[in-house]
Design a protein around this ligand. Sequence first.
Ligand code: NAP
Ligand code: ZN
Ligand code: ZN
Length: 347
Amino acid sequence: MLKTPAWAASSAGKKLAPFTIERRAPGPTDVAIDILFCGVCHSDVHQARDEWSGAMFPMVPGHEIVGRVSQVGAQVTKLRVGDLAGVGCMVDSCRACEPCRSGTEQFCEKGVAFTYNGTEMDRRTPTFGGYSTRVVVEEKFTLKVPAGLDPAGAAPLLCAGITTYSPLRQWNCKKGDRVGVVGLGGLGHMAVKLAASMGAEVTVLSTSRSKEADARRLGAHAFESTKEEATFKKLAGHFNLLIDTVAGAHDYNAYLGLLRTRGTMVVVGVPPEPTPIGAFSLIGGNKRLAGSLIGGIEETQQMLDHCAEHKIVSDIEVIAIQEINEAYERMLRSDVRYRFVIDISTL
Ligand code: NAP
Ligand code: ZN
Ligand code: ZN
């Protein structure tokens, strides 16, 4: 076992503080990674506060991990010592069921091993995330971070990037499509960059007027305030696709009204409370309301390669681990431009 410094929440809503975890010694198919950077996802905030219930403590959050490979098992072929590697939301799955075999490990029938707030496939050993100095992961669940991507800016691609890339691909985002991105935070700003890189005409729908100039700089063609009633009239029936990244309570029905006939709204944000849907919001115009959960490992590699080709990384604010509790507070105030990334050398 390898003693590893980390930061953890000891119980729901407690401030994160220094903690020591143990990582396993790498087995034949394991990759050991010295973590350089870890992005801060709003899911870290939801789970550290147990907003989705069933959270396991002590919890070491973090599933946007980039680091250097320090050791590989004898059978590892994907990565070598010294390579830049990534780890996202999953660290293992059964690898045998239909979803696992078809590249959607996130839907493993045995239950995927999430990077933290979960267990390894033995269902006993707790998993701990990237707010720590090292991680040991089965090679299938590691990603190659392409040369040319800034390691700190690439970290958020491992969750925010794949979570927005996957629905854009699934719903065939293409040149000329009108795509609306609801909420301009970590996921939202990646959705803007990725949809623009696929040729879409992107509109940001945000509660924060102060983000308008940033939205355009990130690649959006238009910005509309969702605090203004006029926006919902002006844009009624406008969009082919909406990607909803909002982390708090809001009315899905209002946004469904912005879709064209047969348009699709994909929910990726996870407000803690359920939201009522009126049947007429869907029936008028054969609207579709869909969800999307991260993406498979192969698709995550495709997303990283797409980002390297289009020179896309996240817009980040690098923080020391000592600033993590303040970063959580700022995310709750929608004050993030546009992803906090922890410099793990500060642990
Ligand atoms: P974030 O950086 O905090 O951004 C969320 C944005 O939503 C805010 O910046 C804000 O943008 C907008 N917003 C509007 N009303 C809000 C409210 N009441 N509370 C919070 N935000 C509000 O969060 P994120 O990391 O992008 O994550 C967004 C959501 O996606 C979270 O619920 C997270 O758990 C979820 N998520 C889902 C998946 C998946 O697989 N489906 C993966 C990762 C994360 P404006 O200022 O522009 O209005
Ligand atoms: Zn995440
Ligand atoms: Zn499986």
